[in-house]
Design a protein around this ligand. Structure first.
Ligand code: ASP
Length: 334
C-alpha cells in the first residue's frame, strides 16, 4: 500500500524568499500560489495547503504580527501533520523564539524557513531550504524549529549570524536538531526537548521590553529614561560572564532602583557562545544581590522574547523570576 502523503500547511509571511525587485529594492511580492509554482519537486511529495497571512519584510514583523502567526498555527495545527512558515531571515530567530513560548508542547512540527536570495533568483537557496523545512515538518516530532542550509535548529536556539552567506543561522549553545546529507534527514533524537505537558496557547505579550548592550562608560541615567518611557522589562547584554561597571558610573545602584519599581532586569552576555554566570566576579555578584535575573546560556533573541512573553502573563516579579528559572522548550540550561 502507498504511504499517504503528509498534510502540510504552508503559511507565508513575506521576506526575501517571496521578494521581487522594485525601484525601492527588494519587496515581498510573491504570494503563496506564486511560491508554490516554483516548488514542483516538493509539491509532488506532500499534500500542501497554502495560506498567505502577511506580506512583510521581517524587519516589520513585530509582536502584533507574532500574535497573528501564532493564531494561524493554533487554529490549524489539529488538521495538519506539520506546518511550514516562510519568513524573512532578519527577525526569523525572534519569531521562532516567541512562538516557542506561545505554543508550548505543540504536538506537530512547525518549521520556519526563508532564504538569502529570492525564490525567483536563478541561484536561490530558497528551494533547498523549503525542502528541508518540509522534510522536518513531516517528521512527526512536535516543536518549533528553523530550517536553513541543511540544518534544523531548535527555534529558541537559533541566531542569525551572517548577512549574506547561505549559512546564515546557527544553533547557539545547543546541538542541531537535525542535519541533512546524502543519507537523508538525520534527526538527533536526544536533542529534542521533552514535552512538559499539554499543548498550550498563551498569546498575551508585552512589547515594552528594552534590550541594551553595555559599553564601557555607559551612563546609568539611561535607565531613568527607560523607566520614564514606561518600559516594563529590560534585558542587558553585559560584559563576558555578566559584568557591569560600578566605579565612576554606578550601574549597580541604578539597577537596584529600577528593580524596586517592579521592573525585571535580565542579564545576558555579549558573547554569543557559552553561558553567563554572574556569581563568578564581584561585578556580577553585586548585581545579583540587587535582584537581576540571569539569562545563563539563552540567546539574546530567546531572552528578549521570553521577557516579552512573561510580562504578557504576569507583572509579578517573583513569578517572572520563576519563569526565567524554567526551561519551557530547551531555551535555557538550568
Ligand atoms: N530583509 C529580509 C527580511 O528579513 C531579509 C531576508 O528575508 O533574508 O525580510
Amino acid at each position: 500500500m502507498m504511504n499517504q502523503k503528509k498534510k502540510i500547511l504552508l503559511l507565508t509571511t513575506g521576506g526575501t524568499i517571496a521578494s521581487l525587485s522594485s525601484s525601492e529594492g527588494l519587496v515581498p511580492g510573491l504570494n503563496g500560489s506564486g511560491l508554490a509554482s516554483h516548488l514542483s519537486g516538493i509539491t509532488d511529495n506532500y499534500d500542501i495547503s497554502v495560506k498567505d497571512i502577511l506580506h512583510l519584510d521581517s524587519s516589520n514583523i513585530q509582536p502584533e504580527e507574532w500574535v497573528i502567526i501564532a493564531g494561524h498555527i493554533h487554529e490549524n495545527y489539529k488538521q495538519f501533520d506539520g506546518i511550514v512558515i516562510t519568513h524573512g531571515t532578519d527577525t526569523m530567530a525572534y519569531t521562532a523564539s516567541v512562538l516557542t513560548f506561545i505554543l508550548q508542547n505543540i504536538p506537530i512540527p512547525v518549521v520556519i524557513t526563508g532564504s538569502q536570495l529570492p525564490l525567483a533568483h536563478p541561484l536561490t537557496d530558497a528551494v533547498d531550504n523549503l525542502r528541508y523545512a518540509f522534510a522536518m515538518a513531516s517528521s512527526g516530532i512536535g516543536g518549533i524549529y528553523l530550517a536553513f542550509n541543511r540544518k534544523i535548529i531548535l527555534g529558541c536556539r537559533a541566531v542569525k549570524i551572517r548577512t549574506t552567506g547561505f549559512d546564515a543561522f546557527e544553533s547557539v549553545n545547543y546541538p542541531y536538531i537535525a542535519t541533512i546529507d546524502s543519507t537523508g534527514l538525520n534527526i538527533n533524537h536526544p536533542a529534542i526537548p521533552e514535552k512538559t505537558g499539554e499543548p498550550m496557547y498563551l498569546n498575551k505579550l508585552c512589547s515594552d521590553v528594552f534590550l541594551i548592550k553595555l559599553t564601557p562608560g555607559l551612563n546609568p541615567k539611561i535607565f531613568d529614561m527607560l523607566v520614564g518611557l514606561n518600559y516594563k522589562g529590560i534585558v542587558i547584554e553585559a560584559f563576558g560572564a555578566g559584568g557591569l561597571h560600578f566605579i565612576h558610573r554606578d550601574l549597580i545602584s541604578k539597577l537596584e532602583k529600577v528593580i524596586e519599581r517592579g521592573i525585571p532586569i535580565v542579564i545576558s552576555s555579549q558573547c554569543l557562545y557559552e553561558r553567563s554566570d554572574l556569581s563568578i566576579y564581584q561585578t556580577g555578584q553585586l548585581a545579583l544581590k540587587q535582584g537581576v535575573i540571569q539569562a545563563y546560556d539563552m540567546t539574546t533573541e530567546a531572552a528578549v522574547t521570553k521577557l516579552i512573553w512573561a510580562l504578557g502573563q504576569t507583572s509579578n516579579l517573583s513569578h517572572i523570576r520563576e519563569i526565567f528559572a524554567t526551561s519551557y522548550a530547551g531555551e535555557i540550561t538550568i
